[in-house]
Design a protein around this ligand. Structure first.
Ligand code: ADP
Length: 374
C-alpha cells in the first residue's frame, strides 16, 4: 500500500518535472525566437544602432552602425567609448562619447547633428536614449547627408529660378517705363520696344512652363506607362519641330519597322522634341539633323545627331544639370535657361533608360538614348 502510495505520489511529480522541462525548453525557444526577431529588426532598419552599459562599454552594434562608423569588424564590442575614441581618433566617437555622457547626466534622450567632412557634405544625426534607469544607453545613428543635399539643392533651385525670372521682369519693366516716360515716339521705336517686351514675356512663359514640367516630373513617382511605338513617338516630335522650323532637314534611319516600348508617349515625345529643338538652336540654319533608331533584342537606341557648334569636351558631362548653360548670354538670346536637357534626363531616367552626349566643337553633337524594349 505504502509502495502504491509512493507510486501515486511520484507520478504527478514526474509529470510535473517533464512539464517543467517542456516549459523551460519552450521558454528558451521563445527567448531564442525573440532574440532572433530583435536581431532581424535591428538589422533591417536604415539606422545604425549601438548600445552601451552604464560605464559606456559597447554591448551591441548592428551592421549599419558598423558601416556608418567605417569599422571593418566588431572588435570595438566590450570596449569603452572613450577608449575607442582615443585609439581611433575619430571625431564621431568623441561626439558619441560626449552625447552618451550628456544623456546619462540628464537622464533623457539627447540629439546632435554633426558634419563629418570639412565641406559638410556628410552629416550624421545621433540620438542617445538612456534606458533601464541609466543602466544602459542606446545610440541611434542616421545618415542625414541626402536630406541636407536635397535642402541645399532646393535652395539653389529656387535661387536660380528667381534669378532667371527676375531678368525678363526687369527688362519688361524698364521698357514699359520708357514707353510711359516718352512724350513722343516714332512708330519704328515703338514697335522695337514692343517687340522686346513680347520676347521677354515669351522667355518668361517658356521658363515657367519648364519649371512646371520639372515640378510635375519630380512630384510624380511614376509616369503613365503604356505600350507604344517609339518610331511614331519620334515621328510626332519631328512633325512638331518641322512645323516650327520648316527649313530644317531631318534624315531618319532605322533597322526596324516598329519598336514597341513601355513609355509615357507624350513625355517621351517632349524629350525627343527638346533634343531636336536644341539641334536646331545650336546649328547654323537650316539645321541638318540625322536620327538613327537601332533596335536590338533588349534595347532600342535613338541617336540624334546635328552638325552644329558642338560642346566643349569638359562641359559635356554638365549639360544635363539644372540651369546649366555653356554660354549663358547665348542661351538667353535663344530663349533658354538651361532646363531643357535636365527635363530630358529626368524623363529618360523615369523610363529606366540612359542618355549621354558625344560632341566635337565645330563639327556637331550626338545625343544617345537607350531604352529597354518590352
Ligand atoms: P538651354 O535652354 O540653354 O538650351 P539645355 O538644358 O537645353 O538649356 O542645354 C544646356 C546647354 O547644353 C545649352 O546651354 C547648350 O550650351 C548645350 N547644348 C545642348 N544641346 C546642344 C546641341 N545640340 N549643340 C550644342 N550645344 C548644346
Amino acid at each position: 500500500m505504502a509502495v502504491m502510495g509512493m507510486v501515486i505520489y511520484l507520478r504527478p511529480l514526474r509529470k510535473n518535472f517533464f512539464e517543467m522541462t517542456d516549459r523551460a525548453k519552450l521558454f528558451s525557444r521563445r527567448g531564442e525566437v525573440l532574440a532572433a526577431e530583435k536581431k532581424a529588426i535591428l538589422e533591417s532598419i536604415e539606422e545604425g544602432v549601438l548600445t552601451c552599459d552604464r560605464e559606456g562599454r559597447i554591448t551591441y552594434l548592428n551592421s549599419h552602425a558598423q558601416t556608418l562608423l567605417k569599422l571593418q569588424n566588431t572588435s570595438i564590442l566590450s570596449k569603452k567609448l572613450d577608449e575607442v575614441a582615443a585609439s581611433v581618433e575619430s571625431q564621431l566617437f568623441f561626439e558619441m562619447q560626449r552625447l552618451f555622457q550628456r544623456a546619462k547626466a540628464e537622464g533623457e534622450r539627447t540629439r546632435s547633428l554633426i558634419a563629418l567632412e570639412k565641406d559638410g557634405k556628410v552629416s550624421l544625426e545621433m540620438l542617445a536614449v538612456p534606458y533601464a534607469e541609466g543602466h544602459g544607453t542606446c545610440i541611434v545613428l542616421r545618415d542625414r547627408s541626402n536630406q541636407k543635399r536635397m535642402v541645399e539643392m532646393g535652395k539653389e533651385f529656387i535661387a536660380n529660378a528667381s534669378h532667371e525670372l527676375r531678368t525678363p521682369i526687369t527688362i519688361i519693366r524698364g521698357f514699359a517705363e520708357t514707353l510711359q516716360d516718352l512724350q513722343e515716339i516714332s512708330e519704328e521705336m515703338f514697335n522695337s520696344i514692343l517687340g522686346k517686351i513680347i520676347r521677354n514675356c515669351e522667355r518668361m512663359e517658356i521658363l515657367v512652363k519648364n519649371l512646371l514640367t520639372l515640378a510635375d516630373l519630380d512630384a510624380s513617382s511614376s509616369l503613365s506607362m503604356k505600350e507604344c511605338d517609339l518610331l511614331s513617338v519620334v515621328g510626332s516630335a519631328c512633325y512638331t519641330m518641322l512645323n516650327l522650323a520648316p527649313k530644317t532637314h531631318i534624315e531618319q534611319l532605322q533597322n526596324v519597322d516598329e519598336a514597341p516600348i513601355l513609355a509615357d508617349g507624350s513625355m517621351l515625345e517632349l524629350a525627343i522634341f527638346n533634343l531636336l529643338k536644341n539641334a536646331v538652336k545650336y546649328s547654323p540654319p537650316p539645321a541638318q539633323i540625322k536620327i538613327t533608331i537601332l533596335a536590338s533584342e533588349e534595347v532600342v537606341e535613338v541617336q540624334i545627331e546635328d552638325q552644329g557648334m558642338g560642346i566643349p569636351e569638359e562641359e559635356v558631362s554638365k549639360i544635363f544639370d539644372r540651369f546649366y548653360t555653356v554660354d549663358k548670354s547665348h542661351s538667353r538670346q535663344l530663349g533658354g535657361a538651361g532646363l531643357g536637357l535636365s527635363i530630358v534626363k529626368t524623363i529618360i531616367d523615369k523610363h529606366d533608360g540612359k542618355i549621354w552626349a558625344t560632341s566635337n566643337i565645330g563639327i556637331g553633337t550626338t545625343f544617345h538614348i537607350l531604352l529597354p524594349r518590352i
